[in-house]
Structures are given as C-alpha cells and as structure tokens.
Design a binder for this molecule. Structure first.
Ligand code: KIV
Length: 271
C-alpha cells in the first residue's frame, strides 16, 4: 500500500528520532533538481539529500572532490523549491569543514541561502569540534562514517570499511563520539551489516545506511542508481527500481514502499 505523504506533517529531525523509536523505516534518496524533488516528495521520501555525488551524476566528474560550495548552494536551492514534506539534507563538500569556523560559515550558507534543514559531513572523531560548533549554533548535523568518498585517494578506492576487528571497534567508538558531540543523525556507507547493526543499537540517534544491511533505521540510495541510468556497473548495494515499473514515479514509489516494508535491501545488496 502506498503512503499518502502530502497530507502528513513535515519531516523534522525530531520526527526522525521518533521514527527510530517506533521502528518505522526512514526512506531517503538523493535529488539535485526541482522536478525530481517534487516526485520524491509526492512519493513519501522522508529525507531528500543533495549529495556531493552531484559531481558524478550531474557534472560528469570522476569523484566528488571538485564539487564546490556554490554547486551545493545552487542545487539545494533548486531542490528546496520542490519539497513540501521531506527533510532537506545537504552535503558539505570536500574541505568545506576543516575547522569549526570554516564549517560554521559554509553550513550557515547552506541553511540561509538554500533552505537546508540539516547538513551532512564526512569524517570521524576528528570532526568532533566541528559537529559541536554546528549543532550548538542550531545547525543539525548528519555525520557520515564508513566509506567516505571524499577520502578516495587516501583509501585507494571505494571499498567496504570496518571489515577488520580493530577498524570495526574504532568505527563503533567514533559513532558514539559523534553522537556525544551533538550529531543528530548518522549515515553509514559500505559497512558490514553486522557492524551496522551494532552501531544502530549502540547510538540513540537515527542511523541511515547505504550498503549497511537491513537493521539500520533507514536506507538511502542515489536517485540515478534506482532509475538504472548510472553509467557502468551499478554498485552492489543499489537496485534498479525501473525494472518492472511503467514510469519514473512508480519506480520511486516502489523504492519507498520496499524500504518501508523491509523488502529492500535483500541479502544480495549487503556486505
Ligand atoms: O553524496 C551522496 O550522494 C551521498 C550518498 C551516497 C549517501 O553521500
């Protein structure tokens, strides 16, 4: 059964906490323009992320490193125009949060110039002071752990993170440190399902997963991946929802319904 999103109240950071408590899955998806933002909102997507993945899917770049604050402001402003219900999350691009002061200026731009409701930033415990500076100044934060695409050159590629016991232990600790620093939401990318489950149980904030198993509080994918239009091989954790759908709106609705009903992800999408 499909949800009836636009009659429902706006999604807030508080509501995400309540959804975790109620064990209602949080559905998230990326968008970069107003037309798709409207489709996602109408389908009942709870959180729309303007990801710095726009470097790849909108700009044809090899990675996210060259995405600028101006790019993020521009695309978020476009997406904000299309949302009535969903929470608007916006990525802080590479090097935009290297000190609390720089982070405050840049996150402030996203809130003021593009109506973001929450910002997302990649990083572990080294981001503690940044997270505290932002959240204590009224800017909600989603902390992004696991695979951090902005570190692709340091990592030597896009690979699953936290497979080794010491790395898993460290990620669990970092999740707690970021929660204590004030993070409102946690995102785990490409993390073994068992570790993601442990982290989800250990923190009281909602945990959104991409390639992080079934037991996280919500799921996120890149819009182009679920529409089957990403060039090359699709990531293991994604699914082409256009298969068997007669329209883009139906594909998006099928994704929303599958996450809510816990029929996505399946074993084949999990590490
Ligand atoms: O940039 C992005 O789209 C993201 C998602 C993959 C979570 O960070």
């Amino acid at each position: 059964m499909s949800s009836q999103p636009n009659s429902a109240a706006k999604v807030t950071v508080r509501k995400l906490l309540q959804m975790k408590a109620d064990k209602e899955k949080i559905v998230c998806l990326t968008a970069y323009d107003v037309s798709f933002a409207k489709l996602l909102d109408a389908a009942g997507v709870d959180v729309v992320l303007v990801g710095d993945s726009l470097g790849m899917v909108m700009q044809g770049l090899d990675n996210t490193l060259a995405v600028t604050m101006d790019d993020m402001v521009y695309h978020s402003r476009c997406v904000a125009k299309g949302l009535e219900r969903a929470l608007l999350m916006v990525d802080m691009p590479f090097m935009s949060h290297i000190t609390p002061q720089i982070a405050l200026q840049n996150a402030g731009r996203l809130m003021k110039e593009s109506a973001a409701h929450i910002v997302k930033l990649e990083g572990g415990s080294e981001q503690q002071e940044v997270v505290t500076a932002l959240t204590s100044n009224g800017i909600p934060v989603c902390a992004h752990l696991g695979l951090q695409p902005q570190r692709v050159h340091k990592l030597g590629g896009y690979r699953v993170q936290g497979r080794e016991a010491d790395r898993a232990e460290r990620m669990l600790k970092e999740a707690s440190i970021l929660e204590q620093a004030g993070a409102d939401v946690l995102l785990l990318e490409c993390v073994p399902a068992a570790l993601a489950t442990k982290i989800t149980e250990a923190v009281s904030i909602p945990v959104i997963g991409i390639g992080a198993g079934t037991d996280v509080d919500g799921q996120i994918l890149v819009l182009q991946d679920i529409l089957g239009i990403t060039p090359g091989r699709a990531p293991k954790f994604s699914k082409d929802f256009m298969q068997g759908a007669d329209s883009i709106q139906t594909a998006i609705q099928n994704y929303v319904d599958a996450v809510k009903a816990r029929t996505f992800p399946q074993q084949e999408h999990i590490f």
